[in-house]
Write a protein that binds this ligand. Sequence first.
Ligand code: ADP
Length: 548
Amino acid sequence: MSAPDRPLSAAPADPSRQERGDPAQYTSPGQPLISFILRPFWLPLLLLLGVGVSVLVAVDRNARSAALVSEAQARLTLITMLLRDTADLERGQRGYVITGMQSFLQPYTNTKKIFPGHIEALRKSSVTDQQRVDLNRVALLIGAWDRQAALPEIAARRESLDAAVKLVSDGSGKRTLDEARQTLNAMQSRENARLNAALLSSTATLRNVRAVTLLGLLLSVLLLILTAIRAARTVAGNVQDVTARARQMAAGDYDDRLPPTPLLELRELGQQFQIMAGAVKEREQALRTTNTALERSNRELEQFAYVASHDLQEPLRTIGSYTELLSKRYTGQLDERADQYIAFTISATQRLKYLIQDLLAYSRVRQSGRNFSAVNTAEIVAQVLDDLQLQIQGAEVRVESMPVVWGNPELLRHVFLNLIGNALKFRAEGRPAHVSVSAQDDGTHWTVCVHDNGIGIEPQYHDRIFGVFQRLHGPSEYEGSGIGLAVTRTAVEQHGGTLSLNSVLGQGSVFSFTVPHAPASLGRSSNPLLPAGAEGKLEPDPPSTAPF
Ligand code: ADP
């Protein structure tokens, strides 16, 4: 999906969606999710890398400063030693000249031995020309002092004090030595300056690196957070759009499109969504057409069944009346076979009459509208039992507390009539029939059960018997049309309920159906099974026998 082919049907409501949904923003071919999420992280990562490199450079520079510091310190130590050597040479030589005692000459002779070593060490650690020039100058001056002043004065003292004093008072030796000392002091000052500069540079480097690291880290963390928030918001927003679109599709809106997205995967998902929406729309259209055709043909069929059975009643009544007349007037007057034929005709006419009546009932039940009201099932059951008085003979029927439900009284009458009628009809030989009618509140609806101890039904027929004209016995065994349970199931389904069967062959059956509660606004009496103010009137019949 590149730029949207047509504008969105509904403008995005929230600003973040507007932000994502600007079509001009996404004219590019789209970005894979992984690159969309990871690419913006380059900048903060580069920044972090920069911080790392600057820390490394700073550490290196600091190490160099530290080396400079330690070298300068070593040179300073050597210069201090040379100053001390100069002082020792002078002290030893002067002491001998003044006292003439050999022991005073000791510092002079000792220092002369170690002095070249110190000069050599300082030369090795010198790094600038200035240092080398200064050092050479010190070595030359000390050498000159020794040759031109110290040694001649020592030799003169061996002869006499006066000869030595005469040479010392010349002052040239002292000047040479002072000059050497001055040079050493100048060297010391320069080394101190170098040392301070190295220390200052190291401190400045540390300060700078600390500032750069802190700033870089702060900036990187900020960028990382912003990048993560942006990626999360975009992905979450786009996923929300897909969810909203899926919701729209579920609600039957197939034309709207997914808002534009920069994410390649979501664009592809959007395309698939459109294809799916198109397919669902087409199928729905086809289903609707088929449904309309089916509904029409169903209506026509039902009308045909109704008209046919209704119109058949008239000629059937005529046949019935005349065969009964024939039977009344001519039974015993014709031969035995003729009497038998008349009896067969009467019985067949009777069966056809019931069949047509049942078909009409089925057709009416299917066409009945949802004109529901609060129905007192205790009253309906009482009427049904009244109608079934003939069939009840020899049976024991127990009705428990029955509820007020929300339904169509006519349909519910069919339901009870068929279920109780069958329970009485399919009684087992050799034991008295026991039938019980009860109801149980399942929280959202009532479950009503009609329980018998009749012949029972084999499991493989538990579904089949609910079809039209499905019977498990011939008319000679049990009379009936095979429509009763179909009518019952349709009537229960008109109430949004279900009809189910639990039966064991030879032991009995329980037919249960669900039916909605009467609305709470109708109020309830203390007995939840009875409507408000109806107590006493709807009390169930006492059981006619003990429970079986
Ligand atoms: P009909 O009762 O007219 O035969 P129904 O549709 O009422 O038709 O029932 C279909 C079949 O289901 C019956 O023929 C019978 O075989 C079986 N049946 C229904 N109710 C019971 C029952 N209570 N006990 C045993 N069999 C039953």
